[in-house]
Design a protein around this ligand. Structure first.
Ligand code: NAD
Length: 297
């Protein structure tokens, strides 16, 4: 059934996600601070709203895809924000990658106003957003999850209910902490192999079928050659930029300190990605950390 959807945050991810909701037959109005983003939504068949307030009052479902926790808190809980203007019963879906504490605070405030909400961060990148094949990790009550699922199905391929509010964000940062740590591990091994005179292809052939096997090696190999599809073969153009990895590793560290979890390797990975970003790697694919470790970034 067609719904009236308000979409806030029409950037690299939100733009194509909103376009897919339009394509599925929904009435989509959008709000963004960028004129170009609003024009792109109109070109895709959506409408522009003049303010968050106007959008929220007119929508049955609201999707947000904003940069970070501070933006999400402001857009939902600030003066004239979504929770002030929306009707009770309006479904809220926040797909931004943000800190767990902000996700839980906003969900609690929405619930107090009788508005079901899920945190539904994604993986799959800009390509997945355009193709409608994102993976959604969804935290929130079962009833809110069931209400959100038909809309998430339009924008994604794999939709996983992770548990209560905030667990979608928890899944996203835990996964990306594994990814950041494992990419550094694989990169260090290739740099060591080079110094020891071991050919990269030989190491790949052995480790990809031995106990060193992992996604960072076999699906995203950080050196050119063994895996033609990996960004290493196109001078580390992203892909997934190092600054995005750094953002997620910092979120994992914030969550670890707030929850009292020991994540020493996660802390080390965040520190190494910060050094890589500060030495010019910000917009480089995150697998380019191998160049930093080699001393050639
Ligand atoms: P982006 O910067 O391209 O888009 C964010 C949009 O939000 C911008 O258009 C900006 O103008 C708008 N915005 C900011 N503050 C606003 C406000 N107060 N009101 C209205 N609009 C506002 O970022 P993106 O790449 O689309 O990422 C969005 C989120 O998705 C981030 O949390 C990111 O971590 C996450 N994410 C991104 C990717 C990716 O590959 N780009 C992958 C997975 C998850």
């Amino acid at each position: 059934m067609a719904s009236t959807i308000g979409f806030i945050g029409l950037g690299n991810m939100g733009g194509p996600m909103a376009a897919n909701l339009v394509k599925a037959g929904h009435t989509v109005s959008g709000f963004d601070l960028s004129e170009a983003a609003l024009a792109a939504l109109e070109a895709a068949g959506g409408k522009r709203a003049a303010s968050v307030e106007e959008l929220a009052a007119a929508s049955d479902v609201i999707v947000t895809m904003l940069p970070a926790g501070a933006h999400v808190r402001k857009v939902y809980m600030g003066e004239g924000g979504i929770l002030d203007a929306a009707k009770p019963g309006t479904l809220m879906i926040d797909s931004s990658t943000i800190d767990v504490d902000s996700a839980r605070a906003v969900a609690e405030a929405a619930s107090a106003k009788g508005m079901p909400m899920v945190d539904a961060p994604v993986s799959g990148g800009v390509g997945g957003a355009a193709a409608g094949t994102l993976t959604f990790m969804v935290g929130g009550p079962e009833e809110a999850f069931q209400k959100a699922k038909p809309f998430l199905d339009v924008m994604g391929k794999t939709i996983v209910h992770t548990g209560d509010a905030g667990t979608g964000q928890a899944a996203k940062i835990c996964n990306n902490m594994i990814l950041g740590i494992s990419m550094i591990g694989v990169s260090e091994a290739f740099v060591l192999a080079e110094k020891l005179g071991l050919d990269a292809q030989k190491l790949f052939d052995i480790s990809s079928t031995a106990s060193g096997q992992c996604w960072s090696l076999t699906s995203y190999c950080p050196v050119p050659g063994p895996l033609p599809s990996s960004p290493a073969n196109r001078d580390y153009q992203p892909g997934f930029a190092a600054e995005m990895m750094l953002k997620d590793l910092k979120l994992a560290q914030e969550a670890a300190s707030s929850a009292g979890a020991a994540t020493p390797l996660g802390a080390q990975a965040a520190a190494l990605y910060a050094l890589f970003c500060n030495s010019g790697g910000r917009g480089v694919d995150f697998s380019g950390i191998v160049k930093y470790l080699r001393g050639t970034s």
